[in-house]
Design a protein around this ligand. Structure first.
Ligand code: NI
Length: 185
């Protein structure tokens, strides 16, 4: 098991469409296990392949609280096959947009078809927060972030802050550093 680095926005890798998994083999199972471990370590409730640089249609989800028994879901090639007419809004966050939240309106319930980690086809009916979380993760597989589902004003505000945060965490430029230190090579 291994922790994987999580890609944060803005990053072109988060805007691409992920490819279906052709065969659920041990490599895919290891990826799902690593993704789940990474998600728990980051205190997230969902993680999708593109967020760790794997452009594959794989997601992991666990919306249980810390004091509850874990209920991890590992989904390969998830596909929403039915949605409820009623909508609901949740304040969504994302491990790829750290510290930013916005209300997103989505269908309250969904039926999702997917392959489990043995490669068996399954269907799950989900409602409320679980339905929201699965929809958010499937969006990642299509290059859609939750900020793409809010107003342009709110989206631009969040993206501007993320760009600023990325710049301030940049390491000093090596050329600048070497000329300043004048270290022997
Ligand atoms: Ni996300």
């Amino acid at each position: 098991m291994a922790l994987l680095p999580i890609i944060t926005a803005p990053d072109p890798r988060l805007k691409r469409k992920a490819a279906p998994v052709e065969r659920v083999d041990s490599t895919v199972r290891r990826l799902l296990a690593d993704m789940l471990e990474t998600m728990y370590a980051a205190s997230g409730i969902g993680l999708a392949g593109p967020q760790i640089g794997q452009l594959l249609r794989v997601i992991v989800v666990d919306i249980t609280e810390n004091d509850e028994d874990p209920a991890p879901l590992k989904m390969v090639n998830p596909e929403i096959i039915d949605v409820a007419e009623e909508n609901v809004d949740y304040e969504e966050g994302c491990l790829s947009l750290p510290e930013h939240y916005a209300k997103v309106v989505r269908p309250r319930g969904i039926t999702v078809r997917y392959l489990d980690e043995t490669g068996a086809s399954r269907e799950l009916q989900a409602e409320d927060m679980l339905a929201t979380c699965i929809q958010h993760e499937i969006d990642h597989l299509d290059g859609i972030l939750f900020v793409d589902r809010v107003s342009a004003v709110r989206r631009n505000m969040i993206l501007r802050k993320l760009i600023k945060a990325k710049k301030s965490s940049d390491l000093p430029d090596y050329a600048e550093l070497s000329s300043a230190i004048k270290a022997p090579i």
